[in-house]
Design a protein around this ligand. Structure first.
Ligand code: GLU
Length: 428
């Protein structure tokens, strides 16, 4: 699959079709689940700081809401496409299902690059997105959250606009809100920590000690930052992280073979996960090409950036020592690369299981908001660990019993639950 032709939605459909065959899904349910139930594409006109008007393009896709309101983040990305949002919405349906929370799948996006937008312009995009979607989202039908390059402040602006339009307080409309404004403690760490909970379980099943393992990580955004922290806290070593360099418009890998310190790196990282090269060199990091993270002689690889990163072109660069790939990002591995990984016997924790910690904690945020009673951080993270560990065990048990690839086993569980909900409701 060459990079230009890559279409994440075709990839999501190919993954689904494979499993639909395995579980013998009937034609109507297949039709229903391989496409979104509803989708919106709209214009967001914004008055820029220099007085000009600029029109941004926004999207929301609700893939399936048979098990509960659609749920999923809103991304700000210069290369956002409707097909990317369709794929991500589809993966959200499987994600909420595999961890067994009562939510469906949705995703949103705006074609924009927040690196080049003032706070005021970003606020206008958030409010404009809500003005277009206010009638079609809400606590009982579709609940947004942060994703790539969006954060709790964006969520609060969106909530405020929604509440202005609907005339009331609706904290259940959106998750990933700031703590103290309806947000949950632990939500920021949840995706990265959730990833490491599943990595810990996988290594245990494989008879490996996390404390003896070294990891190389792609990305240094929200997921990676907290995954690296917990991996180290559990005794492991992380030698590489990579990130996008806005100035050079390429990625770099930052390596310290003695083990990197995420707090030290955070001090020289911008809000989008971009690390300052010159300062990193001064702190003793090697600055290597973007792809270097994948070639490292480590036991654990954690792609935690964006989709389409482990492909037919670079999969053979994965070192023979690698035992485990934990997908912190959504859709990082193409089906072509997946085949090679499966043949090589590398254990994969598939994306919609590995990174389900974020949405699981979003669900806890909804529960706390509904009770208007907020839990301590340890309680949130303890419950998150229980959920992630249970979901991981269910998938790995099935994979072992039916000799399935981990991704396929996760799909079997997730798709079966959603198909049953659609059938039980009389939709198909
Ligand atoms: N954007 C995150 C994801 O891809 C979280 C979604 C949510 O919390 O609704 O899973």
């Amino acid at each position: 699959m060459n990079k230009k032709a890559f279409n994440p939605f075709e990839m999501a459909q190919a993954q689904f079709d494979k499993v639909a065959d395995v579980i013998n899904l009937d034609a109507a349910t297949r039709d229903l689940l391989r496409n979104p139930i509803r989708e919106y594409s709209f214009a967001i006109p914004v008055r820029m700081d220099d007085g000009t008007m600029k029109v941004f393009r926004g999207f929301r896709v609700q893939h399936n809401d048979a098990r509960g309101p659609a749920k999923g983040g809103i991304r700000f990305h210069p290369h956002e496409t409707l097909d990317t949002v369709r794929a991500l919405a589809t993966w959200m349906t499987w994600k909420c299902s595999v961890v067994d929370i009562p939510l469906g799948g949705g995703k949103g996006g705006v074609i924009c690059d927040p690196h080049n937008l003032s706070q005021h312009e970003q606020q206008a995009i958030c409010r404009g997105w809500i003005r277009q979607m206010a009638k079609n989202v809400g606590p009982v039908n579709d609940v947004p959250a942060p994703d790539v390059m969006t954060n709790p402040q964006h969520m609060l602006w969106m909530l405020d606009e929604f509440e202005v339009i609907h005339g009331g307080r609706y904290p259940g409309f959106i998750t990933g809100k700031p703590v103290g404004m309806g947000g949950s403690l632990g939500r920021t760490e949840a995706t990265g920590f959730g990833l490491i909970f599943t990595v810990r379980e996988a290594l245990r099943e494989m008879g490996l000690k996390l404390a003896d393992c070294t990891a190389s990580v792609q990305g240094f955004g929200n997921v990676s930052q907290y995954a690296v922290r917990l991996f180290r806290q559990l005794g492991g070593k992380v030698t590489c992280v990579s990130c996008w360099d806005q100035e050079d418009q390429v990625s770099y890998t930052f390596r310290k073979t003695s083990g990197l310190d995420p707090d030290e790196l955070m001090g020289i990282t911008d809000p989008f996960g971009g690390i300052d090269k010159a300062k990193a060199r001064k702190l003793g990091y090697e600055v290597l090409p973007g792809d270097a993270w994948i070639e490292q002689e480590v036991e654990v690889l954690l792609p935690a950036a964006i989709e389409n990163q482990i492909t037919g072109e670079n999969v053979n660069k994965i070192h023979g020592k690698v035992k485990l790939i934990g997908e912190g990002a959504n859709g990082p591995t193409t089906p072509e690369a997946d085949k090679v990984i499966a043949e090589r016997g590398i254990f994969v924790i598939p994306d919609f299981l590995a990174n389900a910690g974020g949405v699981t904690c979003s669900y806890f945020e909804q529960v706390q908001g509904n009770m208007n009673y907020y839990w301590e951080r340890d309680e949130v993270l303890g419950k998150l660990d229980v959920k992630m560990t249970a979901a991981f065990s269910a998938v790995s048990d099935l994979a072992r019993k039916q000799k399935l690839y981990m991704r396929d086993a996760a799909y079997v569980i997730a798709v079966n639950r959603v198909a049953k909900a659609c059938k039980d409701r009389g939709w198909v």
